[in-house]
Design a protein around this ligand. Structure first.
Ligand code: N01
Length: 852
């Protein structure tokens, strides 16, 4: 692995500035140079309070800096800075300490132990120990009464952290919950391979290390004492769990690895990572070297895992799909303590569960991906125009790892209920695991299409074969070879899976209630030059996605069908059909507004079906009628209609004669038995409101969201509900959500929520929620906008029509992404017009970001 390009550039500039090697400098010169570096590090995140104080140590006093995060501290981290025991001070590590505090929600106590050569070994060790004892004695003042205690340090500070941790074990306390060692000095052996490797002689080289040791302790006998070389300890058992972060280009790499191995061999839980392409010292250069941010993310994720055992947090996010992951990242950035609760055992949400054969997105991959991080979009390369489920899932896994999010997620756990507790101003969240979590904010990232539904068919329980919903596809796949498979449902999912099943199963019987309109997907591999173009222009592309109606780069036609001749209609439709994808529905400006324009497009589709399907009776059954095209979501396919030309595929219409019942081995329609070995339900979802109604959410005065929504969902901007304080939904009812590129919609809502949370915190508002008036007006507007279109004319899942008993109301906002964003921006500009907030009293004596 090459040295990181940013580091190379940093070192080049350092060389240019004509620096003297460390080992040819005096300690004073080295310290002065270090102060100059500190000036480049920038400011860290805002803290609730920053306080310097002095503590007594043997023969004098030392300073400690207490950095308290903006949330109630979840733990306390005693941080020993690096600098070879010779250099380093509080200011030099202030930025890093703030980052650690913000990302972990822990108070950080930075220790200014006295430095060698003026104060050689054992003084730094004794000062460090005194600081630890001071923290333990002052837990109440630090507001970390029973919170976890973590020791952390880098380089010589890592050495001190390791030494102190061993001493705490040997002396029976204080009880340390976790140790974090960043490229620690663990041994005075200068001859390990990583010490002598030429590639590692960078900012800190072998000569510099010898110089540090000479100042710390000239006595070679002392150097092998475990209090100087903790790797030489006889016993590593009984030490707290450890996080070890090393750098690939570091003389100290091998001894750090050896220390981690010694801990692990003694049964200590160790998470170790080597930061590729990084040099010794990279970690504290946050703001200067991007690698430091990644190292920080890894370390803080581990710490968050240690402190998350506590049950009270600032926010619970339900779901770890596209929306939950980004919400988590934004809230962590704000310094909040967050728990994400996810039913599945991995991230991905919809893109984890819908792993049926042929599952693929119908929005182009370069749009259907996060735009919030310019580096992320450069490092990830999509392989196809439309990404497959495995690729999208891999992408989301990458995002979770890259931003170190997993440590904040509780997997395999479902939120069953959440109740607003007025006296404490908290949500009490109940999980199916029995755990109860208290939090000040509850955020649903439960998705729009996650409540899968299997219709209540008589006799289904008697069926002896496999029963599978496409949104709960077995991880080990479904055995298909040599089997007769029945498929119920011919929406987007059915249309994707049926050709795949037909290719693998002996026989496929499709039970179709409503034929859908489907256009060819036109999927293909992405060429290298296309990828290069996209990567070059990604920022501009994302900017367009944010304001265009569909949340992609593509704009709608501004020509109505009426303005064009039939020949023009045919030409444009032919072009769109050949190009592939759902964009054909926007071929004219008025397809979803004008019946005649709609008819032109629908007729074109019908003609293409008639041309493709050889059996005219089957073609007739597959031809949609009775609802305008596009009012049920347009489908895209790869060889769907052609599949009905195969001998092993049979189409059974259940429109006029619904499925009578299921027997042990067959589906019965109109008195005829259709034998099947497996039944695949592609029967869709209780969309948009279903995922929320499955949870018993109770707001003020115990009112249930389900009851509030009994006549149809009522929400303001799809994000909040009157009477449900500090409750937010990502892409809830009344937002563009499923009508646009979901990822654009998600990013917008996540950012809106993060901003409102920040606003609330900055203003000291205890609660915030929509007013009933603003909510009523918005619901009316969503309804009125839908009624201007043809959408309400279909019995679609947008209308709730697929769920027996569900109120019929058009749930998404039809105005498009750009218009919705403008409306939301206006709400923010008017200081959150339509929201009502409630003050909280600041704690007495609390100061803001005061450095005393
Ligand atoms: O679900 P659906 P889906 N007897 O509700 C039928 C997204 N998505 O999973 O139309 C017989 O559309 C039902 O019939 P009918 C996309 O947003 C995207 O396919 O109600 N049939 C219908 O045919 C999509 O719109 C992608 O009369 C019964 C089918 O089941 C959304 O997810 C891929 C029945 C359900 O179709 C949902 O799509 C997949 C019964 N009792 C999904 N009950 C892409 O990105 C229901 N049906 C490409």
């Amino acid at each position: 692995m090459e040295l990181d390009a940013h580091t190379t550039e940093f070192l080049r500039r350092l060389e240019e500035s004509g620096r003297t090697p460390l080992h040819e400098s005096t300690p004073e010169q080295a310290r002065a140079r270090n102060a100059a570096l500190t000036a480049l590090l920038g400011e860290g995140p805002r803290m609730a309070t920053v306080r310097d104080t002095h503590i007594d140590v043997q023969g004098g006093s030392i300073a400690v800096r207490i950095l308290r995060p903006v949330t109630d501290p979840a733990g306390v981290i005693v941080y020993y800075h690096g600098g070879g025991w010779v250099i380093g001070d509080l200011d030099g590590f202030d930025t890093l300490a703030r980052q650690v505090a913000a990302r972990t929600g822990c108070t950080v106590v930075l220790v200014d132990y006295r430095l060698a050569p003026e104060y050689p070994y054992p003084i730094p060790v004794e000062d460090s120990w005194a600081a630890l004892l001071w923290v333990e004695r002052h837990r109440d003042v630090l507001a970390v009464d029973r919170a976890p205690l973590i020791v952390m340090g880098d380089s010589a500070g890592g050495n001190l952290a390791a030494v102190i941790t061993q001493r705490a074990r040997d002396r029976g306390g204080p009880h340390i919950n976790h140790q974090v060692l960043i490229y620690p000095i663990t041994d005075a052996d200068f001859d390990r391979a990583s010490y002598t490797a030429a590639a590692n002689q960078l900012m800190v080289d072998r000569a510099a290390m010898a110089w540090f040791f000479d100042h710390y302790t000239g006595d070679r006998q002392v150097r092998v004492d475990p209090a100087v070389s903790p790797l030489r300890a006889q016993d590593f058992s009984g030490l707290p769990s450890a996080t070890v972060l090393l750098a690939s280009h570091d003389p100290l790499h091998d001894e750090g690895r050896a220390y981690a191995a010694a801990l692990a061999a003694a049964g200590v839980a160790v998470r170790i990572k080597t930061a590729d392409g990084q040099m010794h010292g990279f970690f504290h250069m946050v703001g200067l070297l991007p690698g430091a941010q990644r190292g920080l993310a890894f370390v803080t994720e581990q710490i968050a895992g240690v402190v998350s055992a506590r049950s009270a947090v600032d926010a619970v996010v339900i779901g770890a799909g596209f929306s939950g992951l980004y919400m988590l990242e934004r809230l962590l950035d704000l310094g909040l303590r967050v728990r994400v609760v996810e039913s599945n055992d991995d991230v991905g949400g919809t893109w984890y569960r819908n792993r049926y054969p042929g599952a693929r997105c119908d929005v182009e991959s370069v749009y259907y991906s996060y735009g919030f991080d310019a580096e992320l979009e450069q490092e990830w390369t999509w392989t196809e125009r439309y990404a497959s489920q495995p690729e999208i899932h891999a992408y989301l896994r990458h995002v979770a790892d890259r931003f170190a999010l997993r440590g904040h997620i509780t997997f395999g756990t479902t939120v069953t209920a959440a109740t607003w507790d007025e006296p404490s101003g908290e949500w009490i969240v109940h999980c199916d695991s029995g755990e109860v979590i208290r939090c000040t904010r509850l955020i649903s990232a439960a998705g729009c299409l996650s409540a899968a539904r299997i219709p209540d068919l008589p006799g289904l329980d008697d069926f002896e074969g496999d029963v599978v919903h496409t949104a709960a596809w077995p991880a080990e796949d479904l055995a298909l070879s040599g089997r007769r498979v029945g498929v119920i449902g011919t929406g987007s999912t059915g249309i994707q899976i049926i050709p795949q099943l037909a290719a693998r199963a002996e026989r496929v019987t499709v039970f179709q209630r409503t034929p859908h309109f489907s256009a060819p997907a036109g999927n293909r591999p992405l060429a290298a030059d296309e990828i290069a173009r996209v990567k070059r222009e990604y920022r501009a592309i994302r900017a367009k996605c944010r304001v265009n109606p569909a949340g992609t780069e593509l704009t709608k036609s501004d020509t109505t069908a009426a303005a064009l001749s039939p020949a023009e209609h045919a030409r444009l439709l032919g072009q769109k059909w050949e190009a592939g994808g759902p964009g054909i529905i926007a071929v004219f400006a008025d397809v979803l507004l004008d019946r005649r324009a709609n008819h032109v497009v629908a007729s074109y589709f019908r003609q293409r079906i008639a041309e493709t399907v050889t059996d005219t009776a089957v073609a007739a059954l597959l031809t949609p009628s009775g609802y305008p095209i596009g009012t049920k979501r347009i489908c895209v396919d790869t060889g769907y209609y052609e599949t009905y030309n195969r001998d092993n595929v049979e189409l059974v219409s259940v429109r006029d004669t619904p499925i009578e019942r299921v027997t042990a081995s067959a589906v019965v329609v109109d008195g005829v038995d259709y034998p099947v070995d497996a039944l695949v339900f592609a029967t869709g979802f209780d969309a948009i409101t279903g995922p929320l109604n499955r949870i018993d959410i109770r707001g003020r005065a115990g009112s249930a969201l389900r009851d509030e929504w009994a006549g149809g969902p009522r929400a303001y901007l799809g994000v909040g509900v009157a009477g449900f304080p500090n409750f937010f939904m990502i892409t809830g009812p009344g937002s563009p959500s499923v009508l646009v590129n979901m990822v654009t919609a998600i990013e917008h809502h996540v950012e809106f929520i993060a901003d409102i949370v920040k606003y609330q915190r900055d203003k000291g508002f205890r609660t915030i929620e929509p007013t009933t008036g603003a909510q009523d007006a918005w619901v009316e507007r969503v309804d009125a906008a839908a009624n201007l279109t043809l959408y309400p004319q279909a019995a679609s899942w947008y209308m709730g029509a697929n769920i027996p008993g569900k109120p019929r109301t058009f749930m998404p906002f039809v105005g498009g992404m750009g218009v919705f964003r403008e409306i939301c921006d206006g709400v923010v500009a008017d200081e959150y017009r339509g929201f009502i907030a409630d003050f909280e009293q600041p704690e007495e004596g609390e100061t803001t970001d005061a450095t005393a």
